[in-house]
Each structure stands twice: as structure tokens, then as C-alpha cells.
Design a protein around this ligand. Sequence first.
Ligand SMILES: NC(=O)c1ccc[n+]([C@@H]2O[C@H](COP(=O)([O-])OP(=O)(O)OC[C@H]3O[C@@H](n4cnc5c(N)ncnc54)[C@H](O)[C@@H]3O)[C@@H](O)[C@H]2O)c1
Length: 427
Amino acid sequence: MNICVVALGKIGLPLAVQFASKGHRVIGADVSERVVQLVNDGAVPFPGEADLDVKLKETVAAGLLSATTDTAAAVAESEAVVVVVPLFVDAEGVPDFGWMDDATRAIARGLKPGTLVSYETTLPVGTTRNRWAPMLAEGSGLTAGTDFHLVFSPERVLTGRVFADLRRYPKLVGGIDETSAAHGVRFYEAVLDFDERPDLDRPNGVWDLGSAEASELAKLAETTYRDVNIGLANQFARFADTVGVDVTKVIEACNTQPYSHIHSPGIAVGGHCIPIYPRMYLWNDPAATVVRSAREANAAMPEYAVDLLAAAYGDLTGVGVLVLGAAYRGGVKETAFSGVFPTVEALRRRGAVPYVSDPMYSNEELAAHGLPGYDGEPLGAAVIQADHAEYRTLSPADLPGVTVLVDGRRVTDPERWTGVRRVVIGG
Ligand SMILES: NC(=O)c1ccc[n+]([C@@H]2O[C@H](COP(=O)([O-])OP(=O)(O)OC[C@H]3O[C@@H](n4cnc5c(N)ncnc54)[C@H](O)[C@@H]3O)[C@@H](O)[C@H]2O)c1
């Protein structure tokens, strides 16, 4: 098959490499000249994706993968087009379709009869049928469903382990009609391999969910579920704090029963996905009070962590407070919607002098994100924001002057923190 992957980002590039490694001829289309140049040179544009460097070199050297900035020309040569251009939402959940609209118009210009177009970017329910189908039809002069096939197939992988996750999870597909769905299923069966999953009721593989809308909802539902679950865990944690109960022991006990899957409470829910998709869902379903409340509960946690600090330390005016961890989670060099930003703001509102350190970021990199780096200034307290593995062995000797530590992720070892007040959320 000739396949075009539109957008060679952290998801699109591993996908393009995966398809090429199955022997198909893949053209990656991206608006970034830099990305296109690097990919054509067999060089990865971003770090951290397991096996990507080797597989990219192999597929480029074999002549199976190339990149271009000319999306329409790449589409014109392809039987299948996979789109993973990002979509953004603002604080109110209103989507900004700008980048995706541009990509879709370019795809439409190159679209030929018989081509399959599969959108993988997480979308509000209804977008594939109501936005992309007419836009592709208008730009190509073809009819969706009759002349070309259109499906939505959510990308469910985690960056850093894309190739393993592609094998592990069923590939969900939903078409705007049955023929589109059948083409989508056949396509993904030809480009993916699946692990045995005896825990599933159906064989692992490509699953047709029956409609584009069901497939769009599946991605929003699985991610929104996690935000809601964490919101509940956070409420239990805050209540536990008022009654002197250790919530993690309670949660661990609850989860020994197979119907309880309570997630972990913590200082923040960050990243591109979990805090964002519930808002996208709320744009579809504004009456979803459970979703709205959970999002509010999670968004309030950085302020709560700083409340705990103030309760243990006293007046924070003029006190140097080090926030450990700029990344939204441990081991990932990514600050998108990281809890570091609201934590720093909450400290400033209390009159504290916040600093930030992170084993993955230099002070210059932190400054580029608008964060105040740490250079040995005097400290009175510290807050752990990300669960970096380095913090497991952190001890008071690493933070001279600190008399209170709020460990927002329960990553530090309590045995090492004798002599310093160590506060945890729900502890
Ligand atoms: N990153 C994740 O962990 C993750 C996980 C699951 C699903 N997803 C989905 O994948 C989507 C893409 O995420 P990502 O992390 O790969 O993004 P990314 O920011 O790593 O890459 C985006 C790429 O899109 C390119 N681009 C922008 N406009 C374009 C256009 N009009 N035509 C062609 N290319 C264009 C950019 O140059 C960039 O290379 C997300 O919006 C999300 O829905 C991401």
C-alpha cells in the first residue's frame, strides 16, 4: 500500500515508521521543514520514544519512508491517509480547529476516488461526520462514503512506548458508513500486529465500534473516566485529611475488591490529554455535571497543596519555597498543563518566593517556560510536584533550610525525612 501520514509529531512519526516497517510505502507530510528534513535524513526530531531512532533509520534506508511538506501531493499518491494533526481547546473547552482545518483542506486538494481517510486526533463527538466529511468533499469535489472512505480511529498510545502500546490495545475504528468502516478495519489489520490479550472478551485486534461517533466517544470517555476517577480520589484525600486517615491505605484496601479501581490522589493532573479531553467532552455535553465537578476538583489541587504547606509552615510571606518537578509527570520532559504553573501562582498569592527545579530541565529551559529556576537561594519549604524517580532518595540534606516538605505525589521515602515535617495529600 501507499500510505500518507499527516503530521510527523510524537504520535504521527512512530505511526509512519510502524506502517513502513510492515513493508508499505509511507510518505509523511508535515508543515515543518525542519521535521521533514530530519526525517528524510533518518534522524528523530524529538527524544524519548523507545526504538524510534533505529526503526526510523531502517525504514528510511529501505526507501519505505520519506517526508514532504506537500500534503496534497503525498495524498494524491496514497490509498490511505492517516491524520494526527493536533487539536487544541481553550480553558472553556472550545476547540480550535485551525491546524486540523488547514491539514484537511490540503488533504482534500489531493484526494482521489477510492482513498481511505482516517482521523486519529482526539475530537469532539460528531467532528468526523459533520466537519471533515463536508470539508473533504468540498475541497475534492468527491462524495464522502461514495467516492472516498472516512473513519475515526482514536490514538490510545502513550508517548515513550508507542510501538508496544500499538500491539497491546485493540485498535478502535468507526466509519461514517459501513463501507468506510470495512476499509478502515482492513487498513489497520494490514499495518498493525497485536499481542494476545486473554483478559479481553474479544480477540485483540481491530474493533469496529459501529459509527464514527462511537469511536470518537470511546476516546473521550476513557480519558474523561480517568479525570473523574482522580477527582473522586482527590475528594476522598481531602476528606481523609480532616479525619486523620491515610487515604492511600484505604484506596489500596478498596481496590482489593475487583469492582473498585480508585486512582491515586495528588497535587495536579497535567499533560496534553487527561485535563483536556474532559473539557472537549463538556463542549459536547455541557450538562455533564459529574465531569465538570471532577475537573474543578482536580484543578483546585495545587492550591490545596499550598494550603497544606501554609497550615504546616505558617505565614509564607517572603519564604523561599522550592517546587520540585516542572514536568507534568515523572520521567517525561513535558510541561503541558503541568501542575507546576498553578503551584507557583498559588505560592506567589501567599507572598512566598517560589523557585523551580527539575532533573530534566536547565534553569534556562525553565525560564523559557516562564518558571523561576533555583540557584541555591535560601529556602524554608519545598513542594514536590512531579514524581521523578530521583526524588525517591531525596533527603533533608539535599534541601538545607527546609523545615516543611509537602510531597504532592508521595514519592519521597518517609524514613529519610525524620526531623523535617513531611506532609502528604490525604495523609
Ligand atoms: N502525545 C500524546 O501522548 C498523544 C497520545 C494519544 C493521542 N494523541 C493525539 O495525537 C495528536 C497529535 O499529538 P502529537 O503529540 O503527535 O503532536 P506533536 O505536537 O508532537 O506534533 C504535531 C505535528 O503536527 C505538525 N503539523 C501542524 N499542523 C500541520 C498541518 N496542517 N499539516 C501537517 N502537519 C502539521 C507539526 O509541525 C508537528 O510536527 C494529539 O492532538 C492527540 O489527539 C497524542
